[in-house]
Design a protein around this ligand. Structure first.
Ligand SMILES: Nc1ncnc2c1ncn2[C@@H]1O[C@H](COP(=O)(O)OP(=O)(O)O)[C@@H](O)[C@H]1O
Ligand SMILES: [Mg+2]
Length: 229
């Protein structure tokens, strides 16, 4: 059976997991901007280039990440490129195929004008839990919990490395601890490398960025020391 609902028109390109494609999500995908008209409590981030909200559809707790066009020049430059929504969609599947946890992707939509891409939306499941940045500073978790969690994160790094996947923005806020496991998100800059040389360089940057999270928190940094070996 086909796993994906695919819809392409002159003005849009849409992908949705078949099992999630209900009349309600179909309607929602016609106008995803509606999710951004809700009270600020559901706003997860209002950045320049992306706005992120938590939004319920059909009883499913979801996150909608809308990739905005900052300026007209930005829009023109991006019009011919793969959208970050499609990129995130693609890499969320790659991660899950490799057994690396990431929030379940549900749908993605690109607004188009023929071949030109504009605003785009990536929709995935909301996962409850602290970011790794908060988790390791939270006294409710003891040293043993933290050491086990750090080992799981190191394992996640090992899996990324063996698949030559670089993340490109290894902030500790891009890892959420859910169900006692680390989940990797914000896949906008993830790349599966084919050249070993390029991968090693990108990998070094990922590790450097990740360790920079703990620049002023050396006891936490110590838990990840082996990443630098
Ligand atoms: N699927 C999700 N479940 C729960 N929280 C999420 C999810 N996606 C994003 N968030 C929260 O929103 C924040 C920003 O999302 P992210 O994709 O990292 O955006 P940005 O590119 O602006 O950094 C994350 O650090 C996290 O706290
Ligand atoms: Mg982020």
């Amino acid at each position: 059976m086909k796993k994906l609902h695919i819809e392409k028109t002159f003005k849009s390109f849409c992908l949705c997991k078949n099992e999630k494609y209900t009349p309600v999500i179909k309607d929602f995908l016609e106008n995803p901007d509606i999710a951004f008209e809700i009270p600020d409590d559901f706003l997860l981030k209002n950045g320049n280039s992306a706005t992120i909200v938590r939004y319920k559809i059909d009883g499913n707790d979801l996150v909608i990440k809308r990739y905005n066009m900052k300026t007209k020049i930005h829009a023109v430059r991006r019009a011919f490129k793969e959208t970050r929504a499609n990129h995130s969609w693609h890499y969320a599947h790659i991660l899950q195929n490799k057994g690396i946890n990431t929030p379940n992707p549900v749908a993605m939509k690109e607004k188009r004008w023929g071949p030109f891409r504009n605003k785009a939306y990536f929709i995935c499941e909301y996962i409850k839990g602290p970011t790794a940045f908060n988790y390791f500073q939270d006294p409710q978790y003891n040293d043993n919990d933290k050491s086990i969690m750090a080992k799981q994160i190191i394992e996640m790094f090992d899996m990324l490395k063996s698949s030559m996947l670089s993340h490109g923005d290894m902030k500790a806020t891009n890892i959420i601890i859910h169900d006692n496991k680390p989940f990797l998100l914000d896949l906008d800059s993830m790349i599966a490398r084919t050249s070993k040389g390029k991968f090693i360089s990108a990998w070094g940057k990922d590790i450097k960025r990740f360790m920079r999270n703990w620049e002023y928190l050396p006891e936490i940094g110590q838990l990840f020391k082996q990443l630098q070996d």
